[in-house]
Ligand binder design. Structure first.
Ligand SMILES: Cc1cc2nc3c(=O)[nH]c(=O)nc-3n(C[C@H](O)[C@H](O)[C@H](O)COP(=O)(O)O)c2cc1C
Length: 327
């Protein structure tokens, strides 16, 4: 069984990933980068390039992710990533954010299966050429790109899900991660396990389950229902409980003191990578939105963390939380 760390834009950047890898990474096979969204200018934004720079990811297995509906832009980005040394590249067909969907990207691509089919045909044909361009003499081992896809099950409904599987089956996709919600669901309701079951049965590619695994009990339910599923991708559950992958693999559950040390290391790592207090406070507060669930009777202390305007106030609020709340 394999566990992957899902990409979470704004949260699982390299500064966070490296600390997670150091503290809890033994149980995580791969980390996925939040999406890079190339456009016609064929330049990565500084933040995107920094995030996938191999020098910033030396100790972990990273899969970079691309979000675009333009084949030329995808192929440009894939070739850049290949040249950086990456051999697995992930396509985002799941992002539900209205700003992304409006431009026909992410899960916005699931509403027009014919266009998706053409897009996949073009990028798969183009990727065949990439190793050839890197080694024109053919005198080195030409490793192919492992092309993987992360998808939702539809745009407005799961009505097209069967068609989507047929389309994916036509292409050399090394692994298909399925988050069984539609774009319209955003993160509401429950994952549609019936449709996931159909993906697992009909897909000729290995399927990875993703969605709402927040505890050992959640995982156990999914695992017993889908014993043939070999890999699970965890997102918000791992942010809330950074030791969850370890626990799912039979290791110890998260300890309060461990979370404290992990938190302090993440704080330092983010501080070193962000330009100033405001973005640092913003990121730490976003993490507490998830990590706060580990404590009972913590509302008052979490409110103080939320109100903190600078490092001194923030540190004092976190100290109070750890000192006064049980785990
Ligand atoms: C804040 C946030 C940012 C996300 N960013 C990305 C992203 O960059 N790429 C992507 O494929 N999915 C992204 N996702 C979706 C997650 O990777 C994952 O599919 C989703 O949270 C469901 O898994 P979970 O229930 O284990 O969290 C994001 C989700 C959240 C909540």
């Amino acid at each position: 069984m394999q566990i992957y760390f899902a990409p979470l834009e704004g949260i699982t950047g390299f500064a966070y990933r490296n600390v997670h890898r150091q503290f809890f990474g033994d149980a995580v096979c791969k980390y996925f980068s939040p999406f890079a969204a190339p456009n016609y200018t064929h330049h990565f934004k500084t933040r995107e390039r920094e995030d996938i720079d191999p020098a910033n990811n030396a100790d972990l297995c990273l899969v970079p992710q691309i979000l675009t509906n333009r084949a030329g832009d995808f192929l440009w980005a894939a070739e850049e990533m290949y040249a950086m040394g990456y051999r697995e590249i992930n396509l985002n067909l799941g992002c539900p954010m209205p700003t992304v969907v409006k431009k026909g990207r992410g899960s916005g691509q699931l509403g027009d299966p014919d266009a998706l089919d053409l897009f996949l045909e073009e990028i798969c044909r183009g990727m065949e050429q990439i190793p050839g361009k890197i080694c024109p003499q053919g005198d080195c081992i030409q490793e192919k790109i492992r092309f993987t896809v992360k998808t939702r099950i539809g745009l407005e409904s799961a009505g097209n899900a069967g068609r989507l599987v047929e389309i994916y089956n036509r292409y050399p996709i090394a692994e298909l991660t399925v988050h069984p919600r539609t774009q319209r669901d955003l993160y509401g309701g429950k994952p549609d396990l019936e449709t996931f079951s159909m993906f697992l049965e009909k897909s000729r590619h290995p399927v990875v389950y993703n969605g709402d695994i927040f505890s050992f009990a959640d995982f156990d339910k999914i695992r017993s229902r889908f014993p043939d599923c070999g890999a699970f991708m965890l997102g918000r559950g791992l942010i809330a409980d950074p030791a969850l992958a370890r626990e799912l693999c039979g290791g110890a559950p998260l300890q309060k003191e461990e979370l404290r040390r992990f938190h302090d290391a993440v704080f330092q790592s983010l501080k070193a990578s962000l330009p100033g207090q405001a973005p640092l406070m913003g990121k730490m507060k976003e993490l507490w939105f998830y990590m706060g669930r580990n404590f009972s009777g913590a509302d008052r202390f979490l409110k103080e963390i939320k109100k903190a305007k600078n490092e001194i106030q923030y540190r004092s609020a976190v100290r109070a939380l750890f000192a006064n709340c049980s785990f």
